[in-house]
Design a protein around this ligand. Sequence first.
Ligand SMILES: [Zn+2]
Length: 196
Amino acid sequence: MTISFELASLRTRANGVCELCSSVGSGLPYAIAPLDDGTAAHSVLVCEACFAQLDGKAQLESNRWFCLQQSIWSEHAPIQVLSWRIANRLRNESWARDLLDQVYLDAELLAWAQGGSESESVESSVETPTVDSFGTKLSEGDSVTLIKDLDVKGAGFVAKRGTIVKAIHLTDNPEHVEGRVNGTVIVLKTGFLKKA
Ligand SMILES: [Zn+2]
């Protein structure tokens, strides 16, 4: 399919630079599927180097896409959407993930950004819940019971099976919570706990 682009409008908007990385040059029009009708509202003018990476199969070079940290904040919807998509393909990189967390696209733009591309799961950022040994979800401040004796290394005591630990504190690790036993805050493995 040949798309006839509104090149004049794109060039005016781009003002002589790549709309993604700001490198100077005439630029190539890139249409953003699935709204690839060639209008400036649905296209971005990019340099050859950026264009070459926009093929869905290309291996993206993370380092050259730091420019997204600027372009994703563009006032122009297609530039935002394309930047979001590239960042999403790079979401294994922490900087790209941070950027996606910071940026806000309204519902319509987000649907466009998520559509038409290889729809990688956006929900991969959902955190693993912390659960006890029976699979019951544990929340900050819950009370739990130890289901076996725990030799608390370094503290010199054994936390007895059946001990109730109040007001647990969740950690970044879903397999660990913190709780106070015998006046000492210790890390407890969730596999040895039962929600009280
Ligand atoms: Zn570029």
